[in-house]
Design a protein around this ligand. Sequence first.
Ligand code: MD3
Ligand code: FE
Length: 227
Amino acid sequence: MSSTLKTAAPTPISRPPARPQPFPGLPEGVLLWQEYLSRAEQEAMVEDVRAAITQAPLFRGTMPKTGKPLGLQMSNLGDLGWFADRSGYRYVPTHPKTGAPWPAILPSLMALWQTLGDYPAPPEACLVNYYGPENKLSLHQDMDELDVHAPILSVSLGDQALYRLGGLARKDKTQSFRLNSGDVLVLTGPARMRFHGVDRIYPGTSTLLKQPGRINLTLRRVNLPPD
Ligand code: MD3
Ligand code: FE
């Protein structure tokens, strides 16, 4: 049967890659892309991080002054790595135990920074935090970077974390949300100096890692970019 009404040929619609939008309703400068990384991308990243931490083993920093060991284990990638001991928090160019330079920041992370970071200079440090099921990170500000205008970009891998975001003063009210494996969080502009922490890990909520726990990768610019 024929019709006099002709249906127009479907118009090709050009769409951006099927990536979710940042999560709505978060404070200005808090950009959360839930499950931004595919399972395959997460698996590749974990393999690359495993290889890097055989070169630059995870270690426990300590609280300044008291020397009490921190709960989390950490390592770093990049020209600079975040380090904590009795004399304080600082960025250092070499691994505290091996004395070797930190391994390079993964190309996949550099690409994420380029896509989501919206900043002209590359990151200098990638802090690798490893949380066992018992570990948490108490509420703090990130204040050891000279370049406070650069964003911080964080990637969550493995078990879900209960993440707490506060304001610019410790007493400000906080909001909590879950970070899942593959989530990418960018903290920029007015959010850069907010208090934040990790209250708990939910073991068994991801099958990405071979054991319960969570890896967080945080990309940071430390020094002011040259002009
Ligand atoms: C919000 N790590 O290493 S990353 C840290 O999940 C740290 O391991 C947490 O805080 C983790 O310092 C959170 C996400 C993050 C980083 C910096 C922020 C969130 C932030 C700065 C301001 C506000
Ligand atoms: Fe932090």
